[in-house]
Design a protein around this ligand. Structure first.
Ligand code: HXC
Length: 512
């Protein structure tokens, strides 16, 4: 029988062994690369002294390939719960120092346990990923573990927010679970995501590509659109998660967290009056407009580096979180194309899942013409944004700042697809298309150059304004740009208790 002292010592030793992961040498290697260990990441992410760990002493059960002799308590997966700004969250973190953070049956069970608890408690799950994927020695058991997690990712989708941060090389199965969560954050130069790595690619397709070019943070934030945020280092990414969480409810039955508003709700910014140029062909920065309008000028942009012709992100108005979708005339004239439609649609659906009101700022010349877009399926991808806005039942408030042409007018949260309050600036142009294009079609080959210019001017006067739409009640109010903040806050108050549900169904069939 052990004495009390001996039994406490044994307990301490086991704890120490679990906490030292793969050992000093491997931890030093991680630190030398400017990275943090899995445990350090969790402690940086959560409020001080709030982390409670589960299953610290779990080990794998594999005996093949001599694995029976290699057991490390915790098995390279740290799981538990804690708080962010005093609010409950569940976490799991892969420890790259233990078998490369790979997924074993035992550590998959640990993830499954926190996911199930998170669903019961109605609290988000944050995954800190750093893994070589399925643990090869465990074969199908590892794949089964992944599949159990994938299934839970899908069941939890739209019920609790799921956030994935990528800190190291994540390969194979290690990228598919993040892909099914709501947001992916990556660290520049030290994190990678790919289904198959450079070596496999070289063998199969003979392409030579570096890890960074294939699956680095820049690639996934600018080219593939897989990731939503890129940070300079581990700390910055962890702070981004805390900030992101500040806009999100803990589950789909809660409202997003309001904060006391320290900014004047009646604030009118004179600079807004002249931000949208009178010349419809002149660009301006929609981000500037948004930051002037939201509380304390704080706009937390989502996917800032991808499809920059559409802006998505969170802000607060009168203290209440809102999701903002806006065309960006400073980039490709704010046109809608495949990438921007998909980016916008996913964001709209996220906000709708989690009761976050949608504010839409619209200045869009239409869908991008061209064979690249048509062959790429702009019809079905553009339809995703239309579908998402139609389906969303959260308060939807729209401000048309300038162009609202063609199908894009319908798509961008118009009255007809459930916009609750639709504003327009006096500079708004709501029509089937711009004056030049319209005259070229209506009077094709029938006018001299002088007469054509006259017809363009007539069309501009008749249709390139918000008044036709306002006469028909499609616009609720024409407002001065400087009133935007005040009007949006009013509209949010008005729609605060909005109750709308779509017809009962198993689920819709969004054009994928
Ligand atoms: C078991 C693995 C492993 C794996 C890495 N390790 N990947 N062990 N299974 N999948 C181990 C290494 O043997 C090593 O162990 C330690 O982790 C660190 O790996 P290194 O190669 O030394 O590190 P690094 O040079 O940084 O390279 C990391 C890496 C590379 C890029 C992740 O290891 C790699 O390419 N691994 C294979 C990735 C992969 O193809 N995964 C797909 C699995 S299939 P020691 O003991 O030396 O420290 C899959 C399918 C799921 O995931 C499908 C679901 C849909």
């Amino acid at each position: 029988m052990l004495t009390l002292d001996e039994s406490f010592k044994l307990f301490e030793e086991k704890n120490r062994s679990a906490e030292s992961g793969g050992g000093t040498e491997k931890i030093e290697k991680i630190h030398k690369a400017g990275r943090k260990t899995a445990r350090e990441r969790i402690l940086l992410l959560l409020d001080p002294n709030t982390f409670v760990e589960f299953d610290k002493l779990v080990t794998h059960r594999c005996t093949d390939f001599g694995m029976g002799y290699k057991k490390i308590p915790g098995d390279g997966m740290i799981t538990g719960y804690g708080k962010i700004d005093g609010r409950l969250v569940f976490v799991f973190a892969q420890d790259f120092t233990v078998f490369g953070g790979t997924m074993s049956r035992a550590n998959a069970d640990k993830v499954v346990k926190v996911m199930d608890m998170a669903m019961k408690a109605g609290a988000p799950v944050i995954g800190l990923n750093d893994s070589g994927g399925a643990r090869i020695q465990e074969g199908v058991e590892s794949l089964a573990g992944y599949a159990d997690i994938f299934y839970r990712n899908v069941m939890a989708s739209g019920v609790i927010p799921q956030i994935s941060a990528i800190f190291g090389p994540c390969a194979g199965g290690a990228v598919y679970s993040p892909a099914m969560t709501d947001f992916i954050l990556m660290v520049k130069d030290t994190s990678y995501m790919f289904v198959t790595g450079p070596e496999v690619i070289k063998t199969v397709t003979h392409e030579e590509v570096s890890m960074n070019d294939l699956g680095g943070a820049v690639t996934h934030n600018t080219r593939s659109g897989v990731a939503h945020f890129a940070g300079e280092n581990d700390e910055q990414v962890l702070m981004m998660i805390r900030e992101l969480m500040s806009f999100l409810p803990l589950n789909n039955m809660e409202d997003p967290p309001a904060q006391p508003c320290t900014d004047d709700v009646m604030r009118q910014d004179e600079k807004l009056q002249t931000l949208v140029p009178a010349d419809p062909n002149k660009p301006y920065d929609m981000k500037e407009l948004i930051t002037m309008v939201v509380d304390n000028h704080n706009f937390f942009e989502v996917m800032p580096h991808y499809a920059q012709n559409i802006l998505t992100g969170f802000g607060r108005l009168g203290g209440r979180p809102v999701g903002i979708v806006a065309n960006q005339p400073a980039y490709l004239a704010g046109v809608l194309d495949i990438n921007s439609a998909v980016k916008g649609a996913r964001f709209v659906r996220f906000c709708d899942c989690f009761n976050i009101p949608l504010i839409t700022f619209e200045d869009v010349p239409g869908f991008l013409p061209g064979t690249t877009q048509e062959y790429g399926g702009i019809i079905k991808h553009g339809a995703k944004l239309l579908y998402a806005f139609c389906e969303a039942t959260v308060p939807k408030i729209t401000v048309i700042t300038r162009k609202a042409y063609g199908g894009a007018y319908c798509v961008m949260s118009s009255k007809h697809i459930g916009g609750d309050i639709n504003y327009a600036y006096p500079t708004a142009e709501i029509a089937v298309m711009g004056p030049e294009g319209a005259v070229n079609i209506i009077h094709k080959g029938k006018l001299t150059e002088d007469k054509r210019a006259e017809a363009v001017e007539d069309y501009r006067k008749m249709f390139a304004n918000p008044y036709k739409a306002a006469e028909l009640g499609y616009i609720d109010e024409i407002i001065y740009p400087k009133q935007t903040r005040m009007k949006l806050i009013q509209a949010l108050e008005l729609t605060q208790n909005k109750s709308k549900t779509n017809p009962p169904k198993k689920h819709g069939n969004i054009p994928l």
